[in-house]
Design a protein around this ligand. Sequence first.
Ligand code: HEC
Length: 339
Amino acid sequence: MQRLGADPFSLAAATGTSATGTSPTATDSGRLALQTVVADLDRELARCLVLASDRAAPGDERLAAAILLARAVPTCERAADLLAEWLVPQSAPETQSHVIDVLARSGADRVPAVLAAAWPGLGPAVRTRAVDAWLSRAGWAGDLVSHLETRLIRSGDISLQQRDRLLRQPDADLVERAGKVLTGSASPARQEMVARYKGSLEGVGNPSAGREVYTRVCANCHRRGDLGRELGPNLATVQEHAPARLLANILDPNADIQPGYSGYTCVLGTGEVVTGLLATETGGAVTLKLADGSLRSIARSEIEEFSTAGRSFMPEGVEESVTVDQMRDLLAFLRGGLD
Ligand code: HEC
């Protein structure tokens, strides 16, 4: 496919320039040349369509053909569906990001649907690109807000800068809806639980009793001083947090997920299911940090499905192992000095 690299639009534009000449013969020959280019272009697009749809053809040639199709109005919708094939965990993140940029530029109506279908399997870096794509057209931003409302997309997936862009959309109704979903992310049942534990914010807790609660319930995932394992964030930093905020973090972890701590599920070709935090991602492999703290590297070719439900890797329901009095002690321990 030697000619795939040729840009049909710059070709057409170049021919168009020669057609603006003043002499009538120049114009005529310009028109003729333009007709030839249009015919060539149609033929090229038809060829690309065949190639891109041919699953037996080499992947990089198919991708190049699909990218070219995305640039032409008559074929961009079809191209959006074809390009969806590369928005899968088996593709390197750079390829996925590139495909998303191509989709965004194509402006095809199918793009928001293609992004939403791919969303659960996208890694964090590619997600940022996808949100940028949704935000790149006023008509698509509404689709983004709908997915925030249904919680397909969590507010934690939207960067501060993207929030700002969303809240500056021209449509006032949309901005109001966006404002609601971006601020009120806590679930009502969980908020009720936080209210039930309000008693733990009053009175004086016993830090050494709290240390025992910590060792029993939290140390499996959190390090603090010389205690525990660092799967979740190191809790030395929460010392300064207001007790009410800490309580909400503990009882309603999904309200405010620290970036990089969503749980991922990977289904392998062998049927094995691996769950963990996404430690690193390269073109060829995904590395998950498992609940026991070990790392597991999985080749992209082994992956059947890869997704995150956008939920925190910290489980809800900690209260089942911690009474209100123990919570008071735990808060006193977390807010006390590291010894
Ligand atoms: C199964 C692992 C797991 C257990 C058990 C667990 N956590 Fe977490 N925790 C996490 C992960 C992962 C995060 C980061 C994701 C998030 O913010 O929700 C987190 C986040 C937090 C945060 C927010 C940190 C910040 O920097 O804002 C606090 C506070 C916290 N946990 C406290 C606790 C306490 C206290 C316990 C014990 C009662 C506990 N966790 C039990 C995994 C765990």
